[in-house]
Design a protein. Structure first.
Length: 113
């Protein structure tokens, strides 16, 4: 059983930055792939970025160069640093154990002037 809790969302102006964090329970955190997804109103949930236990990362094309996923296996946390935010980044962001049904409750990110 894994529990995930996101934090760090909020309202930011275009061009601004936010850092999301996800705290995970469980003893196998260091070997599992973690991911961030997002879901905008009226759209399907989509993968934003993922990171392996060893730190190999992948990103969805629209966020490449702007977002950075990272993890701290000692603290069971995964983070998403989001820079140069755009209005189209507005969504609820979810932490996920990649490929599993373990999801956090989500955190709202709104990019608006």
């Amino acid at each position: 059983q894994v529990q995930l809790v996101e934090s760090g969302g909020g309202l930011v102006q275009p061009g601004g930055a936010l850092r999301l964090s996800c705290a995970a329970s469980g003893s196998l955190f260091s070997i599992i792939v973690m991911a961030w997804y997002r879901q905008a109103p009226g759209k399907e949930r989509e993968l934003v970025a993922s990171i392996t236990g060893g730190g190999i990362t992948t990103y969805k094309d629209p966020v490449k160069g702007r977002f950075t996923i990272s993890r701290d296996n000692a603290k069971n946390t995964v983070a998403l640093q989001m820079n140069s935010l755009k209005p189209e980044d507005t969504a609820v962001y979810y932490c996920n154990v990649y490929g599993s049904h373990y999801w956090g409750p989500g955190t709202q990110v709104t990019v608006s002037s």
